[in-house]
Write a protein that binds this ligand. Structure first.
Ligand code: PLP
Length: 423
C-alpha cells in the first residue's frame, strides 16, 4: 500500500475496507478526559463482542429454565458443549476438528500436554524454551522438570537473542540442536513472541524438532486469531492457547489445545484422566472402566465452564465470517501503516523493535528520545484514552486488531503520540 500521514487517507481506507462492518460488532471502552477510546490492546485482552452477551444470556436462561436438564436439553446441550468451538478453532488453527478442543486455561493445558509429551529419560531429559519466554511458561516448564526428578539449572536450555539484539535467530536454534539435541526431550516455543511481537517460523521449528528427535509444543497465546496457522500440516505434537487475547472471549475465558492426529487413538494411558475424557455416549453410565474419547477430547478432564465458554462461541462465529486470511491481509496493512507513521512522524524519537519481516498484529516500540522519560509517554497516552500496554523496562506494545481496529485508530494513535512526546 502507498500510505499517507493524513486523516482523510485513513478514513478512506476504512471506508474501502470490506471488514469494516465487524467493528460495530464490538463494544468500545468509555470516553475519558473528552477523548474517545483508541483501543490497541487486543494482544492482551480483546474487546467484548456484542454477541457474547446473547451467548452468555442463552446459558443463564437455559440454566434458569431447565436446571440440570440443560445438560441434555439446553439449546446447546452442556454435555457436548465443547463441540460448539470445534469448527471455529479448526479454521483458526488449520487442524481437523478432532485435533482441537476448548478446555481449561492456558497454563493448565500446557501442564496437561507436557504430562503426555514430556517424557524425560536419563539421556534425554531437557526442555528447550526461548530466554524471554512468558514467565508462566517458564514456571510451568521448571516445575515439570523438577517433578520428573531433574534440575532446571541443568535441564532447562534457553534459546536467546544475540548480545545487543532482541530478535530470535533460527540459525542459533539450529546450533543449539546440533550441539545438545540428543539430550533435549521437548521444545516449548511460542508462535509469536509476546514481548517483541516476532512471528516465529513455526513450520521450520517443527521440522527442526523432528529432525533432532525432540517433541515440540507451540504456545499460541499471541498467534491464534492473529496469524493463519496450519497445525495439521506443520505437525507439532501439541499446541495450546488462551482465548482472551486476539480471540476476544473475555478475562479468564476457556482456553484451547491441539493434539496432532498422530497421537490420537490411545486408550487413555498416556495422560491425566477425568470423566470428560471418557467416551461421551457412555459417560453418564458412570462405569468404573474408562473408555477413551476420540482425538484431542481425550485430554479433557472436567465438564467445561459453560459461562466462560459461551463468549468464545460468539467470537469464533465472527472469525468464521471474517476469515483469518482476510484478517491477516488487513492486519499487514494496519501494522504497515503504523510503521510508516512511526517512521514518518517520529524518526529518531521512537523505534520499533519488532522485526518488520516477521511481524503479526503487534508492534513493540521503545522511546529513544532522551529528552522524555519513556514511562511518562505511556502515561500521557493513557490520559488521552489510548489503550496500549507497557512492558518493563521500556517497551510500549501497540496491537491494531484487524477485526475491530481500523486505519483511523492507527492515525489517531500517531496524533496522540505526538502530543504525548511533547508533554
Ligand atoms: C497470555 C499468556 C499466558 C497466560 O497464561 P494463563 O494461563 O492464561 O494465565 C501464558 N503464556 C503466554 C505465552 C501468554 O502470552
Amino acid at each position: 500500500m502507498n500510505y499517507e500521514a493524513k486523516q482523510d487517507f485513513a478514513r478512506q481506507c476504512d471506508a474501502d475496507d470490506p471488514l469494516q462492518k465487524f467493528r460495530g460488532e464490538f463494544v468500545r471502552p468509555e470516553t475519558r478526559n473528552g477523548f474517545d477510546c483508541v483501543y490497541l490492546c487486543g494482544n492482551s485482552l480483546g474487546l467484548q463482542p456484542k454477541r457474547a452477551v446473547e451467548s452468555v444470556q442463552q446459558e443463564l436462561g437455559d440454566w434458569a429454565r431447565l436446571g440440570v436438564e440443560g445438560h441434555f436439553h439446553a439449546r446447546r446441550p452442556w454435555l457436548s458443549y465443547h463441540r460448539n468451538a470445534k469448527s471455529g478453532l479448526a479454521h483458526l488453527t488449520g487442524a481437523s476438528e478432532s485435533e482441537v478442543v476448548a478446555m481449561n486455561s492456558l497454563t493448565v493445558n500446557l501442564h496437561l500436554l507436557m504430562t503426555s509429551f514430556y517424557r524425560p529419560t536419563a539421556g534425554r531429559s531437557k526442555i528447550l524454551i526461548e530466554s524471554t519466554a512468558f514467565p508462566s511458561d517458564r514456571f510451568a516448564v521448571m516445575s515439570q522438570i523438577r517433578l520428573h526428578g531433574f534440575d532446571p539449572s541443568e535441564a532447562l536450555v534457553e534459546w536467546a537473542p544475540r548480545a545487543g539484539e532482541t530478535t530470535l535467530r533460527i540459525d542459533d536454534l539450529q546450533d543449539l540442536l546440533d550441539k545438545d539435541g540428543k539430550q533435549i526431550a521437548l521444545l516449548l516455543l511460542p508462535g509469536v513472541q509476546y514481548y517483541n511481537g516476532q512471528v516465529l517460523d513455526m513450520p521450520g521449528l517443527c521440522r527442526m524438532a523432528a529432525a533432532a528427535g525432540c517433541a515440540i509444543g507451540l504456545d499460541l497465546a499471541h498467534a491464534i486469531g492473529n496469524i493463519p496457522l496450519q497445525l495439521h500440516d506443520w505437525s507439532p505434537d501439541f499446541a495450546a492457547w488462551c482465548s482472551y487475547k486476539y480471540l476476544n472471549s473475555g478475562p479468564g475465558a476457556i482456553a484451547g489445545a491441539f493434539v496432532h492426529e498422530k497421537h490420537h487413538g490411545g486408550a487413555g494411558t498416556n495422560q491425566l484422566l477425568g470423566w470428560w475424557g471418557h467416551d461421551e455416549t457412555s459417560r453418564m453410565k458412570m462405569s468404573k472402566h474408562f473408555k477413551a474419547e476420540q482425538g484431542a477430547d481425550l485430554w479433557q478432564l472436567s465438564c467445561p465452564s459453560v459461562l466462560s465458554f459461551a463468549p468464545l462461541i460468539a467470537s469464533l462465529e465472527l472469525f468464521t465470517e471474517a476469515r483469518i486470511e482476510n484478517l491477516r491481509q488487513k492486519s499487514k496493512n494496519l501494522t504497515g501503516y503504523l510503521e510508516f507513521l512511526l517512521e514518518e512522524n517520529f524518526a529518531g524519537r521512537v523505534v520499533s523493535i519488532t522485526p518488520p519481516e516477521s511481524c503479526g498484529a503487534q508492534i513493540s516500540m521503545t522511546v529513544i528520545d532522551s529528552s522524555v522519560e519513556p514511562r511518562s509517554v505511556f502515561r500521557r497516552l493513557e490520559e488521552q484514552n489510548v489503550i496500549v500496554d507497557w512492558r518493563e523496562p521500556n517497551v510500549i506494545r501497540i496491537a491494531p486488531a484487524p477485526l475491530y481496529n481500523g486505519y483511523e485508530d492507527v492515525f489517531q494513535f500517531s496524533e496522540r503520540l505526538a502530543a504525548a512526546l511533547t508533554g
